[in-house]
Design a binder for this molecule. Structure first.
Ligand code: ATP
Length: 196
């Protein structure tokens, strides 16, 4: 279980959020919502251990999640606004880089996001929606219990959003958790909402 206790975040000389608390269990999904600048991305970065909280704590199975940042990093996948792709590498080569870190089957991950036919194309020629799908394909590689997703469906057409459903369902059925910042509906049935 993950428990956030009274997290606060300070950025650019202002308090972005304060007293953010929630608890999620294996299989749960939590949607972070709120207006532009409310602090959704900042909260995801805090949860990932990429941005120090001003105050508060994050517990993982009752222990301080940030006590060992590399162990914390190993149990999560963080997908930010940026797709984090190397433009000169092919779609398959981009994923192979992550597969070396996390394990997993590159072709199966490409297929899960409908990208198998584009495997050999350099990432720079992919459309923005195809690039987003390639970034999301990292989730179909080796398992990690917590997915932190920042606007995962931005730029995706309706069919591509639907393609995320089996990926999310399988992750949650295996006890995985999803925390996603979004302005758009996502195929995460029974997700709870945390409005910032
Ligand atoms: N690197 C940074 N340095 C300084 N301030 C930042 C930085 N990143 C974000 N902020 C500020 O922190 C606040 C929260 O930004 P954040 O990106 O977390 O909001 P958000 O809810 O994700 O917004 P959006 O819906 O527009 O993506 C904003 O006022 C923003 O200007």
């Amino acid at each position: 279980m993950i428990e956030a206790q009274e997290l606060a975040c300070w950025r650019a000389e202002k308090l972005v959020f304060n007293c953010v608390s929630f608890a999620i269990e294996p299989g749960d999904a939590l949607l972070l919502t709120g207006h532009n600048g409310a602090g959704k991305s900042s909260l995801l970065r805090v949860l990932a251990g990429l941005l120090p909280a001003l105050s508060g704590s994050l517990l993982w199975s009752g222990e301080d999640a940030f006590a060992d940042l590399s162990a914390h990093g190993a149990r999560l996948r963080y997908l930010g606004h940026q797709d984090a792709l190397k433009p000169a590498l092919s779609a398959a080569e981009n994923l192979a880089f992550y597969a070396r870190l996390h394990g997993g089957d590159v072709m199966a991950a490409l297929e899960a996001l409908g990208l198998a036919a584009l495997a050999e194309l350099p990432a720079r020629v992919l459309s923005s929606g195809q690039k987003r799908r390639l970034a999301l394909a990292r989730l179909a590689l080796g398992q990690a219990p917590l997915w932190l997703l920042d606007e995962p469906s931005v730029g995706l057409d309706a069919a591509s959003v639907e393609r995320l459903a089996p990926l999310f369902d399988a992750h949650r059925a295996a006890g995985g958790m999803v925390i996603a910042a979004t302005h758009l509906p996502l195929p995460l049935p029974a997700a709870r909402e945390l409005r910032l």
